[in-house]
Design a protein around this ligand. Structure first.
Ligand SMILES: [Cu+2]
Length: 270
């Protein structure tokens, strides 16, 4: 990953919906700057004007000033406008427009201590089912080997591959505690909650190698919940899919240890 792409300001935006979010962030920051400078200047002015000095007596009763009431009223009006006039419409436009089911790439994300599991449905576009008691070191999602829908599924750890220029529909969940799935360059951030599958979607506009972070302090290993997101060209994505399906646990290790994955370049058809 090229860390130089992350400068001092916002990370690069390679998302279809990112421009609107950036616009919102910019407006909010200018408003916060205005408030900060305004209230800061007022604070310094009061320190000077009401400082302890000869012939001056402190007043303990509230001051009946009219101007500050108008200013406070104006701040409330602007904040209501920011929330209901700018933020809510952007959020609703996003949340009410999930991508077309047929054309989207579906991925499930399951967070755990302290890693990200990515589950792809494979060629049949059906996720294999999982069982809690099957979860183990080599089967982090507890996928049932008997389930035919799961035969061609791909499971990766800390490595998310997505195709460029294609909507991606992700359901995020967590095995244990609340975390937050955050891909800064795609302007995606969604809490992961145990027991819930929360949908989120995005579309990348350029290939590249970036970073996923956990944006919710979730334990001692929170700092190492970094993962790679690889935005592939359609050819690279197809190649990666072919190379990684079926998943490693599918290989009949006891039956044919020598001929296992090397001689199977293409995914097996069921
Ligand atoms: Cu975390």
């Amino acid at each position: 990953m090229d860390e130089k792409v992350y400068g001092w300001w916002l990370p690069p935006d390679v998302s279809v919906h990112g421009a609107k979010i950036d616009q919102l962030i910019t407006v909010l920051h200018w408003f916060m700057l205005l408030l900060f400078v305004g209230w800061g200047a007022f604070f310094v002015w009061t320190l000077f004007k009401y400082r302890a000095r000869e012939g001056h007596k402190a007043i303990y009763a509230p001051v009946a000033a009219v101007a500050t009431k108008y200013i406070e009223g104006a701040v409330v009006v602007v904040e209501v406008f920011l929330l209901f006039g700018l933020s809510t419409p952007v959020w609703l436009a996003y949340k009410n427009n999930p991508p077309n089911d047929a054309e989207a790439v579906h991925i499930r994300v399951v967070a755990e201590q302290f890693a990200w599991n990515f589950h792809y449905p494979g060629k049949d576009k059906k996720f294999g089912s999982g069982k809690l008691d099957l979860i183990g070191g080599d089967n982090p999602l507890g996928l049932d080997p008997e389930d035919k829908d799961g035969k061609d599924d791909i499971v990766t750890i800390n490595q998310l591959h997505i195709p460029v220029h294609k909507p991606v529909y992700v359901e995020v969940s967590s095995k244990d505690v609340i975390r937050a799935f955050n891909i800064p360059v795609l302007r995606v951030k969604q809490d992961t909650i145990p027991g819930q599958k929360i949908p989120i979607w995005f579309e990348a506009t350029a290939p590249g190698h970036y970073e996923i972070a956990c944006a919710q302090l979730c334990g001692l290993g929170h700092y190492r919940m970094r993962a790679d997101v690889l935005i592939d060209t359609p050819e690279d994505y197809a190649k990666w899919e072919a190379e990684n399906a079926p998943p490693p646990q599918e290989a009949p290790a006891a039956a044919a240890p020598d001929t296992a994955p090397d001689n199977t370049p293409a995914p097996e058809k069921k």
